[in-house]
Ligand binder design. Structure first.
Ligand code: SF4
Length: 355
């Protein structure tokens, strides 16, 4: 039996889901007046996340990620309900086909936690798009089976790991039969926010398609690497799952080079290859988390000089409207006068070729 399987089930205590729950847990003051926020956007704080929150720090980066605030009622003209254009690339319910060789399969639209900056906040939660019906799932699988250019299926949502191992194994069994699909990738916060779900049965389900299984772990602050989260990462890697990271660059949470460096090193130390650092999307009511692209580029450039190449993520923007991801890391090369100018990590330019 793995260390994970032997862990006590303390974390099975109920999650916090209402303003009253937050008030009782002293995460917000009594009579906080947050009902208007809760009516618009779901709340979810698991016992594992609750343990990481420092109630004595009004700027606690864990609290900022999960505890709602009145700032979410402010929207800017640039913000939109579907910031990355999922709906304009959805040929059938539950599928987003934005790039030729891969699709998103969004089987569920619920999560164990609800991040206050979520890019799909209008779609997830108890009042969101729900779970695919069996007829919708059939149509989604038919779509994947009939498009032979689809090499990779990315299960996202919502968080696909809220499904039971039995239901996930059922989905994997259906993908197993589609020859042209070679890679199955999961996007999830579960190993960090509800790590007790990662037991031997879950790992077996995730790898049961017979395809190569990738899992993108979403974490934004080094404090998310708790002992139980680390045990979950270990169980996944040892069980044959390849782990990559995804993080969102967020004001007040990880917008300084020390925190970002510790986050990226934490991933690598846990055998998670840093993959994407997302510029925050234009989701409604999230302006208080957004940095400028210029600020983001300066942070990413500072990371380059400070930490190993193994720890470098790609800084990306999902172009609003559904045009896909663009690498927006600081431009380090410019062409002119018959040579290139290449900028080093300290901002100095050098000609290439050097002559
Ligand atoms: S886990 Fe992902 S989909 Fe769910 S609320 Fe957080 S960012 Fe949104």
């Amino acid at each position: 039996m793995s260390a994970i399987a032997k862990m006590p089930v303390k974390a099975r205590a109920a999650s916090l889901k209402t303003v009253a729950d937050l008030e009782t847990a002293r995460l917000v003051p009594a009579n906080s007046g947050l009902e208007a926020v809760a009516e618009k956007y779901a709340i979810g704080i698991t016992p594992a996340v609750l343990e990481l929150i420092d109630r004595n720090d009004p700027a606690d980066p864990m609290a900022l990620q999960f505890v709602p605030s009145a700032a979410e009622l402010l929207t800017t003209p640039d913000e939109r309900e579907d910031p990355i254009g999922d709906l304009s690339h959805s040929p059938v319910e539950g599928i987003v086909h934005r790039y030729p060789d891969r699709v998103l399969l969004k089987a569920v639209h619920v999560c164990p936690v609800y991040c206050r900056f979520c890019f799909r906040r209008e779609m997830v939660g108890p009042q969101g798009l729900g779970t695919l019906t069996s007829a919708e799932l059939d149509a989604a699988m038919d779509y994947i089976a009939s498009h032979t250019e689809i090499w990779e299926v990315i299960l996202t949502g919502g968080d696909p790991l809220v499904l039971s191992p039995r239901r996930l194994a059922g989905l994997m069994e259906r993908l197993r039969g589609i020859e042209h699909v070679k890679i199955v990738r999961f996007h999830t916060r579960v190993p960090v926010v509800e790590p007790e779900r990662i037991d031997a049965e879950m790992v077996a389900a995730l790898t049961s398609s017979g395809k190569t299984t990738y899992l993108a772990v979403h974490a934004n602050h080094p404090r998310e690497f708790s002992a139980v989260a680390k045990a979950a990462f270990k169980a996944l890697v040892d069980g044959g799952v390849v782990l990559v990271s995804q993080s969102v660059l967020l004001r007040g949470i990880n917008d300084d080079v020390e925190t970002l460096a510790a986050l990226m090193r934490g991933f690598v130390e846990n055998r998670i290859k840093p993959y994407y650092l997302h510029h925050p999307d234009l989701a409604p009511g999230t302006g208080h988390f957004r940095l400028s692209i210029e600020e983001g580029q300066q942070l990413v450039a500072a990371l380059r000089g400070r930490i190993s190449g193994l720890c470098q993520p790609t800084y990306v923007l999902d172009i609003p409207g559904g045009y896909g991801k663009a690498d927006i890391g600081a431009a380090t090369v410019s062409a002119g006068d018959g040579c290139f100018r290449v900028r080093d990590w300290q901002g100095e330019e050098h000609a290439y070729p050097p002559g």
